[in-house]
Design a protein around this ligand. Structure first.
Ligand SMILES: [Zn+2]
Length: 455
């Protein structure tokens, strides 16, 4: 790879607030190397080839030259003149050494690979301006630069993991919440979730279900399963005597690599056979992902923490606002608000010691001003509470009822303008809430209200 250029040109052309200061940074580039010089291309002027055998042969030769030239350029890797200020973050420190090939089943080598992937992730974090990139671009960077390191050799190591065994034993009677917890604890997924949470700018304790749902990213273990199944099939059908003998040995001794993969393939094979003309591993992976989405829906519905999220999110898939909202702070606040990774009392009360009962997590403003005992949750701050009336009017989003709020936040055909309005309102509300919370925890507040508030 000689150069990497990432730009959000497409989305910036749709921007309605392109005169914002942040929009100046919108075209973010990561350039590790100078871009390739284009090989001598066939231009429009060359189109006067005659439609004869000679003319076609001539055109064919030109095309072959062009392909050779492109292939040579793509394979050529020049070392850039790195200065001390530009660390070679994606060079040898992240490269996998050849000796690891023979040590893949070794736990130490696995830990080494994860450490390398982590170094690459930190390198990525240090070398991009996250707020200047869309969420989609950040995901592309992860999938192109970090994931290949993390999944290196997963065809050999992956089937030994307990997670694949667990997935092959999952049934419709399994507890969906437990199943997702088990998958989240897989070492590939721990890394993946770490990335997702960083990309969404939510804290590390945020709900995994919410993070998977907002980004529409399925756990990496399914990709590991697909690669492993392809490797399994290649080894089984191999003409190579040694590979074939090794495969037979695995089968005869029923070793974990063979038995785990066979179980997995057998579990989904029956359903996969119903659809012809598609690669078996692709079908099985599709079925596994469908099973994951079913579990995700169930777990989301069962989670008391995600009560609000359950109302506004029904289908698994990336949320449009992640691309539409250009203001990074507003976008982050909207994500936190949606998946309850915010600081409203309904959520904050869970982490107090001792835990404050749900019914007591009331809005202090309404309590001291009107004597009302309203729970400070997402609906209250966006629909009911007078404290936020001014910011709502200023930002231009003031839902009249709980239903209107849910409709707005679950709307999949929302325009960039409306999505930005909602995100900015939510950001203003969360900022006001934090300021008010700090105020009522201060001494001045207690003097005014004569220590009558129990916090
Ligand atoms: Zn209130």
């Amino acid at each position: 790879m000689e150069s990497i250029c990432i730009s959000d040109q497409e989305s910036s052309s749709n921007s309605e607030d392109s005169d914002d200061e942040t929009a100046v940074q919108r075209n973010a580039f990561i350039v590790l190397q100078p871009p390739l010089e284009r090989p001598d291309a066939i231009t429009d002027e060359d189109s006067d080839y005659e439609d004869t055998v000679e003319g076609n042969n001539q055109l064919n030769e030109q095309l072959v030259d062009l392909l050779h030239s492109a292939a040579n350029s793509a394979l050529k890797v020049k070392k850039p003149p790195y200065s001390s200020s530009h660390k070679k973050w994606f060079d040898f420190q992240c490269r996998i050494s050849k000796r690891n090939l023979g040590r893949l089943a070794n736990r130490l080598a696995n830990a080494e690979l994860r450490a390398k992937a982590l170094r690459a992730l930190y390198g990525l974090k240090g070398n991009i301006i996250k707020d200047a990139l869309s969420h989609k671009s950040i995901c592309i960077l992860f999938d192109s630069l970090i994931k290949p390191i993390l999944l290196y050799g997963c065809q050999v190591v992956g089937p030994h993991s307990k997670t694949i065994k667990y997935i092959s034993n999952l049934s419709c009677e399994s507890d969906p919440t437990l199943a997702l917890k088990y998958i989240a604890n897989d070492h590939y997924e721990k890394f993946h979730l770490k990335f997702i949470k960083w990309s969404l700018s939510v804290h590390s304790k945020s709900s995994n279900i919410g993070c998977w749902g907002e980004t529409g990213r399925a756990p990496l273990i399914y990709e590991v399963c697909k690669l492993s199944m392809d490797f399994f099939t290649r080894a089984k059908d191999s003409d190579n005597v040694l590979v074939s003998a090794a495969f037979q040995e695995q089968a005869n001794l029923d070793l974990p690599w063979y038995s785990n993969l066979s179980k997995l393939i057998n579990k989904y094979q029956f359903q996969a056979n119903l659809r012809a003309n598609v690669k078996q591993s692709t079908l099985i992976t599709h079925l596994m992902k469908e099973e994951f989405v079913d579990n995700w829906k169930q777990a989301k519905a069962d989670s008391p923490k995600l009560e609000f999220y359950n109302k506004i999110k029904s289908e698994f898939g990336p949320e449009k606002y992640l691309t539409l909202v250009r203001d990074p702070e507003a976008r982050k606040s909207l994500t936190r608000f949606r998946i309850s990774a915010h600081n409203l009392f309904i959520e904050r009360g869970r982490y107090e010691t001792p835990i404050i009962p749900r019914a007591d997590r009331t809005c202090i403003f309404c309590s001291v001003n009107f004597g009302a005992k309203s729970i400070e949750d997402e609906h209250h701050v966006l629909v009911g509470c007078p404290l936020y009336r001014t910011v709502k009017i200023k930002s231009g989003f003031y839902p009249s009822s709980d239903c209107a709020l849910v409709d707005s936040l679950s709307n999949q055909d929302i325009s960039p303008k409306d999505a930005t309005k909602i995100a900015k309102t939510v950001h203003a509300i969360l900022t006001t809430n934090t300021a008010y919370t700090n105020y009522y925890k201060s001494n001045g507040f207690h003097i005014i209200y004569d220590n009558c508030i129990i916090l």
